[in-house]
Design a protein around this ligand. Sequence first.
Ligand code: SF4
Ligand code: SF4
Length: 55
Amino acid sequence: MAVKIDEEKCTACGACVDTCPVAALKIDGKAKVDPDTCIDCGSCVDECPVEAISL
Ligand code: SF4
Ligand code: SF4
């Protein structure tokens, strides 16, 4: 499992990258998740201002 990122909604603000405790997110045009690193903690889901991330 890993979070899903809606690239249509993502504004590449970086808030999710800053909140991820395991550095599973990066900005590469839009936010991208490394599914092997993500621990499904949900922090980025709560942090995204445009609700682009879901678990
Ligand atoms: S759910 Fe948690 S571990 Fe996974 S990308 Fe979001 S903040 Fe990082
Ligand atoms: S917090 Fe949301 S809008 Fe900002 S980079 Fe992450 S997914 Fe994109």
